[in-house]
Design a protein around this ligand. Structure first.
Ligand code: CMP
Length: 142
């Protein structure tokens, strides 16, 4: 089925000027950008986004990193988009990521791992709504 998923190009990858290279991977895989913007998260916005991790030992470092510079947030649309996007990203820890995935190619560590993607359709819907209004989502008819 055609799905939407939520993507973040994290501060490390933006700083390395990898925005275009990463969009290239998405588009080459048939995922269409239906919304995108650059934002510099403040602490409250980052903490809210990652609320499910608030009790984890890496939470403070995660929020610190995600507020350290601008990120690109996007909505991607396509067949089986949530899983397809996760395959393109590779494992959370770049040490475990398959060759040719974004994290294998561009991430330095599990903390600075270049990209985020929704893990399921329900979280995609929640994450999209956390960053985008309905008017900002552009249906792709071709
Ligand atoms: P992300 O998909 O953005 O979701 C939470 C982030 O926390 C994750 O990517 C990692 O960058 C970071 N993180 C750091 N340590 C861990 C860990 N042990 N397990 C999962 N995520 C971690």
């Amino acid at each position: 089925a055609i799905e939407r998923t939520f993507s973040i190009i994290k501060p490390d990858a933006v700083a390395k000027n990898l925005v275009g290279a990463i969009y290239q991977r998405f588009e080459a895989a048939g995922l269409k950008v239906v919304a995108a913007k650059m934002v510099h998260l403040d602490k409250a916005k980052a903490e809210g986004f990652y609320a499910e991790h608030s009790e984890r030992p890496f939470f403070n470092a995660l929020v610190e990193f995600m507020t350290s510079g601008p990120v690109m947030v996007s909505v991607l649309e396509g067949e089986n988009a949530v899983l397809r996007h996760r395959e393109i990203m590779g494992a959370t820890n770049p040490a475990d990521a398959l060759a040719g995935t974004l994290r294998a190619d561009y991430a330095d560590s599990i903390d600075e791992n270049a990209v985020h993607g929704s893990d399921a359709p329900a979280s995609a819907a929640r994450e999209i709504a956390y960053f985008f209004s309905d008017e900002e989502l552009c249906p792709r008819t071709r």
